[in-house]
Design a protein around this ligand. Structure first.
Ligand code: CP
Ligand code: NVA
Length: 329
């Protein structure tokens, strides 16, 4: 499998075999990390990490993974570079492409990371856009595979705003890799019809199913993985909170939801999560709307079914695989 020189912008661009290869490579890196075996195969290279939105996991994963591979990093934060304000994406790409062997980009529209990739001349990795979060998908798939020993036939239900980066990406990842995908949300939060059609094509080839339902009992029945994400994503205006809380509260992952799922079901969340009042926004929304938790209850988040911290750790191993493979293993 040769992925050298490829961009990593959405899993739509990768075959199931290529995705499987990246998961195997990540599992191998994970084992080596645990055993203390060095993997600094890209010594002397450098990567640029552009973040137009904030991050904990993705940034730290890229930095640690790059360091483990022997590479240097430059972090460009959401405010202090020229990007977009004084310099176009195309010019930025051509400058950074001369200095770095690879570029990570987190920001707004998918078309921005695509433009960056068109001009950079080096691999570009999508660290989250409004539409997709592909590095998160590899971590999720690895976590599911570790838990169940397989991907094919696993039933994943996504509860909440299914038309944004996480819902879209999970539908692509599941349909490509043979997991049944269910979006459980009010109709207006279903993923875009065109993307659903595209994914139905992948699902046909992998032998999986895509279901869109407003009915919680139907959506979570027999699920192996119950997945949710924040109700308001980065970059969205404050005004949408009220409507989201009203619309999505019936889709909160509660203990009752987990009881209706399969008996060995696990809970996943890309994080960060509003499961208590220990965050500034959580407290603010708590005061405004009289709630103590949002997309998931604290009891589910802290329960033995929750695998969210294994999932977070897997961000690093899978991001390492993406960089290593596209720079040439
Ligand atoms: N899941 C995820 O992408 O987390 P960060 O926003 O902290 O990078
Ligand atoms: N949907 C969330 C995902 C965060 C990892 C956001 O875009 O903010």
């Amino acid at each position: 499998m040769d992925l050298k020189g490829r961009n990593f912008l959405t899993l739509k661009d990768f075959s199931p075999d290529e995705i499987g290869y990246l998961l195997d490579l990540a599992a191998d890196f994970k084992e080596k990390k645990k055993k203390g075996i060095p993997v600094d195969i890209h010594r002397g290279k450098n990567v640029a990490l552009i973040f137009e939105k904030t991050s904990t996991r993705t940034r730290c994963s890229f930095e640690v993974a790059a360091h483990d591979l022997g590479m240097g990093t430059t972090y460009l934060d959401p405010v202090s570079s020229q990007i977009g304000k004084k310099e176009s994406i195309a010019d930025t790409a051509r400058v950074l492409g001369r200095l770095y062997e690879g570029i990570e980009y987190r920001g707004f529209g998918q078309e921005i990371v695509e433009e960056l990739a068109r001009y950079a001349g080096v691999p570009v990795w999508n660290g989250l856009t409004n539409e997709y979060h592909p590095t998160q998908m590899l971590a999720d798939l690895l976590t599911i595979r570790e838990q169940f020993g397989r991907l094919k036939g696993i039933r994943l239900v996504y509860m909440g705003d299914a038309r944004y980066n996480m819902g879209n990406s999970l539908m692509v990842a599941c349909s490509k890799m043979g997991l049944d995908f269910t979006a459980c949300a009010p109709k207006k939060y279903f993923p875009d019809e065109k993307l659903v059609e595209e994914c139905r094509g992948y699902a046909k080839r992998s032998g999986s199913a895509i279901t869109l339902t407003e009915d919680v009992a139907e959506g979570v029945k027999d699920a192996d993985v119950v997945y949710t994400d924040v109700w308001v994503s980065m970059g969205e205006p404050d005004e949408v909170w009220e409507e989201r809380i009203r619309d999505l509260t019936p889709y909160r992952v509660t203990e009752s939801v987990m009881e209706q799922a399969g008996k060995d079901a696990i809970f996943l969340h890309c994080l960060p999560s509003f499961h208590d009042l220990k965050t500034k926004i959580g407290r603010e929304m708590g005061e405004r709307f009289g709630i103590t938790e949002m997309e998931v209850t604290d009891r589910v988040f802290e329960s033995s079914r929750s695998r969210v911290f294994d999932e977070a750790e897997n961000r690093m191993h899978t991001i390492k695989a993406v960089m290593a493979a596209t720079l040439g293993v």
